[in-house]
Design a binder for this molecule. Structure first.
Ligand code: KG4
Ligand code: ZN
Length: 343
């Protein structure tokens, strides 16, 4: 018998709903929130209000697009955390009411685990025109890089995730966003830097490199180095950013990727694991994707790059994490409360 899981994601500024038939994606609807753009970052209060407006139309669209009715659903999986509490509450409240109304189980999902489990979602059509490769096999290594997190995770199972390295200060996505802000580029800066970097020289400018032992990351030194360098250059030439925009983007991007890649290489060596995956919003970065594939060839890894639609926040990954738990009979309760930070 088929299992139909409705996934609901509302941890930050994207309201998303998806339906899976077992591990096959039937729909994945995402409503972004333009309202934050002029503030240069996500405004929590505005995010929860926008989720409240979006949630019903997004869920309705996901169920219709999946070509099922709500009565076909086997369970409702929702993001419990980490994330913005006011945003999470919108998704959780809806999920509780919907599951109660349909008399089906609720499933609590951790957002970061779900980013990694996105690799297990099967697509009816080849993603991005490339045939979908089989999912990784446990255990594998995953670099999770998003706006709020940068972690190296040893993935033993769908819930057995061992963090073997993480940032001690800023996250990789945050570094992209802050660098973009320094250059006067719009939020979120990651995709903008990615696009402009394609025209630039990644070796034109060099910035401070962190010296952090082990598998942890640090990005605050790089951020300060970018800030001071640009500030000094602007004193000499007011048009410095405008004249060097693409080279700045390419050089900043190359520095971030260099920091990430070095630790992935160390982690693969330390664990002896040769399956390497990447997850989270920054895994949409074209240069990071290429750098990982190149490193895979060099070091003999099997590299797993997610389809674009599963890189930034989406509910397909939430439904997938829900499907794993559904098969184990691990259900949540009406008492579930959101959490802001990783449990
Ligand atoms: O996973 P995500 O959608 O939300 C969080 O859970 O944080 O990640 C958002 C982050 C933002 O910092 C954004 O700038 C970054 O992912 N991002 C990118 C790209 N697309 C999104 N960073 C670099 N290159 C991209 N193409
Ligand atoms: Zn995320």
């Amino acid at each position: 018998m088929n299992t139909y899981i409705l996934g609901i994601e509302s941890s930050c500024d994207d309201t998303s709903a998806a339906v899976l038939q077992n591990d096959m994606l039937l729909s994945n609807v995402i409503a972004g929130q333009e309202v934050h753009r002029s503030f240069g970052g996500v405004v929590p209060e505005l995010a929860s209000r926008a989720h409240q407006q979006n949630i019903i139309p997004v869920i309705d669209a996901a169920i219709k697009k999946a070509n099922i009715t709500k009565n076909d659903l086997s369970a409702v999986a929702f993001t419990q955390g980490p994330g913005l509490l006011g945003s999470l509450l919108v998704g959780i409240s809806f999920a509780k009411a919907f599951a109660l109304g349909l008399n089906i189980p609720l499933i609590e999902v951790d957002h970061l685990n779900a980013h990694i489990l996105a690799h297990f979602v099967r697509l009816p059509q080849p993603p991005d025109g490339i045939p979908q490769k089989p999912a990784p096999v446990f255990p594998f290594l995953c670099l999770t890089v998003s706006g709020g997190h940068t972690q190296l995770v040893l993935v033993h199972g769908d819930e057995e995730m061992e963090i073997i390295g993480q940032t001690i200060d800023d996250a990789a996505g945050e570094t992209f966003d802050k660098a973009a802000k320094i250059m006067g580029l719009p939020y979120p800066g990651g995709p903008v830097i990615d696009r402009l970097a394609k025209e630039g020289d990644p070796k034109k400018f060099t910035f401070a490199k962190p010296r952090i032992a082990g598998l942890d990351f640090s990005f605050s030194g790089l951020k300060t180095s970018i800030l001071y360098f640009i500030r000094d250059e602007l004193k000499k030439d007011e048009a410095f950013i405008e004249k060097n925009k693409t080279d700045l983007c390419a050089s900043i991007q190359a520095s971030i990727i260099d920091i990430l890649l070095k630790k992935v290489v160390s982690a693969a060596k330390a664990t002896g694991i040769r399956q390497v995956a990447v997850a989270g919003g920054v895994s949409a970065n074209s240069a990071l994707r290429k750098a990982l594939l190149d490193a895979g060839e060099k070091h003999g890894w099997d590299v797993f790059i997610p389809p674009f639609q599963f890189t930034t926040d989406n509910a397909a990954m939430i439904a997938m994490a829900g499907y794993f738990k559904f098969n184990k009979g691990e259900f949540g309760s009406q008492n579930a409360t959101p959490y802001a930070r990783k449990k």
